[in-house]
Design a protein around this ligand. Structure first.
Ligand code: MF3
Ligand code: CO
Ligand code: CO
Length: 267
């Protein structure tokens, strides 16, 4: 029921797990092309984790109460899929937007990160949604410092999304993470400044806004994992795992090719 404060040992282990998760995304990037299936992307990521990183994919057989075991190593969410897209034999096509969400377990610690990809050449709406969602994630991250409120993070994200006419998914949120995949606190991607718990050095959690081009309502598919936009509008998500430091934040899910904070992604 309480938020864990990580010690230096935990933090060192989390830096490793989180870097590995980010490196899986670096690795898979050049494979994201028209014609490849999401199953093929999943298999490449899975083999990379096992054989190159000696790490385990956390999603595989993950089974929160009320869910069937998750059947794959990664989540790949294409176009109107908001999150928990199950890799399949469906091929990527031009202008698809997709999120690849990687969680690795290394030495008992979990690193969780996701990025968006656009299959060339990309639509104007797709690029704009992906860029604004990226900015939402960073505006949230930039609120992280000791004494800040969780509501400050949610508010920054919601304000930016809604200023662009987009909506914030309410049913899924960021989460504490460490030697457990999902732990307290919940990091809502909407809210009011000055509300919720206050951040303390040593907390580690994800910020992973899901932003819809249309309405915020969701529909869960019969597989009980895949979550789509009810209105079939596009949805985007970016995710980092972040440590609260004495003076601010440290993004743990970084690697050689992590997109930079104030990057303009598509020009
Ligand atoms: N990685 C997701 C998150 O950001 C969780 C995926 S759970 C799974 O929290 F079982 F679908 F993989
Ligand atoms: Co997460
Ligand atoms: Co994730």
């Amino acid at each position: 029921m309480t938020v864990t404060i990580k010690n230096e040992h935990d933090i060192a282990k989390m830096r490793i797990a989180c870097r590995l998760a980010s490196e899986v995304l670096d690795y898979i990037t050049p494979f994201v092309k028209p014609g490849i299936t999401t199953n093929e992307l999943d298999k490449l990521c899975h083999e990379y984790m096992l054989n190159k990183q000696y790490a385990i994919p956390a999603p595989l057989n993950y089974q929160p109460s009320g869910y069937p075991p998750y059947p794959k190593a990664t989540c790949i969410s294409v176009n109107d899929v908001i999150c928990h897209g199950i890799p399949s034999d469906k091929k990527l096509k031009n202008n698809d937007i997709l999120n690849i969400d990687i969680t690795v377990v290394k030495d008992g610690y979990f690193g969780d990160t996701s990025r968006m990809f656009i299959v060339n050449p990309g639509s104007i709406l797709g690029k704009r949604l992906v860029q604004v969602t990226y900015e939402c994630m960073w505006l949230g991250i930039e609120r992280v410092q000791p004494g800040a409120y969780l509501g400050d993070i949610g508010y920054a994200i919601q304000r930016h999304a809604e200023a662009h006419g987009y909506s914030v998914v309410r049913e899924y949120c960021g989460h504490g993470i460490g030697n457990v995949f999902h732990e307290e606190p919940q990091i809502l991607h909407y809210g009011h400044p000055g509300t919720g718990i206050q951040l303390q050095p040593g907390m580690i959690f994800t910020i992973e806004p899901m932003i819809n081009a249309g309405r915020r309502e969701i529909r869960t598919m019969p597989d009980r994992w895949t979550v789509k936009t009810r209105d079939h509008s596009l949805s985007a998500q970016w995710e980092h795992t972040v440590l609260v430091t004495k003076t601010g934040y440290e993004v743990l899910t970084v690697s050689a090719n992590t997109p930079q904070p104030s990057q303009s992604l598509y020009d």
